[in-house]
Design a protein around this ligand. Structure first.
Ligand code: ADE
Length: 423
């Protein structure tokens, strides 16, 4: 390491030394990624390849980028959300780690897309997305930048949904691995990561006391399950709203109250959207809410709360605290929207803890290696992470936590593989 001053666009390069400390702190909790990095240093699986990452630029992502770089890749990074960048980390990547990074916390939509183009202008061989904006740009008006691509990876549920829709239309132009769908990713990152970091973001932005509050969680996928579980753990009375009957049933049997959003709107104190869809909270809901409620989103895009609709039923709005915009409705009630309806955990806190990103980014690294080796045998489809990678990440994480587990005896194994042994 040393001062490299790579190209990039960051807020303030003098923040680099703080960024280095933060990256090192995160690394302590990323033992699986560290082991992969040590192997990559020897084997250089990405020699000669350019990897473009559109990811939340955090200390954990920095460790992923360093792992890929040490594996021989030229890595280029931009943000996957205008509010999720850690400016000190971005500065460190550019000045200390030789990783060109285009990301500024609070950048406007134009800059956000310019940064994506800066990264794609390198004509990468692989894309690594969190939300599919690189893929969408390459398949939209910048197909000219696609010539070198051999494959990609996608980190999140929303991105996988977009990719599958592109693939279903028959228009996906290169193979992409749905890293989100690995068991070692969504069971842990989406549930425990989003669960903890969402409450962390809301707490840091507002200092709210959760105990005794009615917390309405909208969406009961892996993220919603985690958020509702942790909200209850803090003493909240949890209400879940769902459109899927099996998930709603699961929420009810997990012990949450389940009801229509129309009803939940009247009784909630804190509302958290994690649906992956749009307008989960619309203006009709907001109009029926109590005075002083908090609204936060932890889904990928800022479309889950109908902000335009809120504007239309409000007399005024003002920032009452960083990350808290207070709307005064025409009916006089105050509604507090957190972080402009963007991912609260990354905007107001630090995103998921490193220990859980360790597994997600181990999956990313090994999936990238898989694409580098196997791309000639892959079709233009969305692929699951190979079972061996998923199992290996789980095994290494367990080992790193000092947990040993039993193995089946030969007799047990034989029993499990037979059909003819009954009572
Ligand atoms: N997504 C959620 N939390 C994250 C983190 N800490 N780093 C990168 N991506 C994330």
């Amino acid at each position: 390491m040393g001062t490299t001053n790579s190209p990039g666009d960051v807020k303030d390069i003098t923040l680099a030394s703080e960024g280095v400390r933060r990256i090192n702190w995160a690394e302590r909790e990323m033992p699986v990624l560290r082991q992969i990095k040590e192997r990559f240093i020897k084997e250089k699986p990405f020699k000669g390849l350019r990897i473009a990452g559109c990811l939340h630029v955090t200390s954990e992502t920095a460790n992923l980028a360093i792992t890929l770089r040490d594996g021989g890749a030229d890595v280029f990074l931009c943000a996957s959300n205008p509010l999720s960048t850690q400016d000190d980390v971005a500065a460190a990547l550019v000045s200390e780690y030789g990783i060109p990074t285009y990301a500024i916390k609070g950048e406007n939509t134009d800059t956000y897309y310019q940064h994506i183009i800066s990264v794609l202008n390198t004509k990468p061989h692989m894309t690594m997305d969190d939300g599919a904006d690189l893929v969408a740009t390459l398949h939209g008006d910048r197909t000219d930048l696609m010539e070198n691509i051999i494959g990609g990876m996608e980190e999140t549920t929303t991105g996988v949904i977009r990719l599958k829709s592109l693939a279903d239309e028959g228009n996906l132009k290169y193979p992409v691995i749905a890293v989100n769908d690995a068991d070692t990713k969504h069971f842990f990152d989406n549930r425990y990561g989003t669960g903890q970091s969402t409450l962390d973001g809301i707490t840091r932005a507002t200092n709210v006391l959760w105990a005794g509050k009615t917390v309405v969680v909208i969406g009961y996928g892996w993220c919603g399950r985690g958020v509702a579980m942790r909200a209850r753990g803090m003493g909240g009375n949890t209400v879940v709203c769902e459109v899927n009957s099996i998930r709603a049933l699961e929420a009810a049997m997990d012990g949450h109250q389940v009801m229509k959003m129309e009803e939940a709107a009247k009784i909630g104190d804190i509302f958290i959207t994690v649906t992956g869809g749009m307008k989960a909270i619309d203006r009709k809901h907001v109009a029926n809410m109590k005075d002083g409620v908090l609204l936060a989103n932890s889904g990928h895009f800022n479309v889950e709360i109908d902000i335009e609709g809120m504007d239309e039923i409000s007399d005024s709005k003002s920032e009452v605290k960083p990350f808290v915009e207070q709307y005064i409705l025409i009916n006089g009630n105050r509604i507090n929207l957190l972080a402009e309806g963007r991912l609260i955990n990354l905007a107001a806190a630090e995103g998921h803890p490193s220990a859980v990103m360790d597994m997600s980014f181990a999956d990313q690294s090994l999936s990238a290696e898989f694409v580098a080796k196997e791309y000639k045998n892959l079709e233009n489809q969305v692929y699951v992470v190979p079972r061996e990678i998923d199992d290996e990440v789980g095994r290494l994480k367990l080992l790193s936590m000092g947990i040993a587990i039993d193995e089946l005896t030969a007799e047990q194994e034989k029993y499990l593989n037979s059909w003819n042994v009954g009572t």
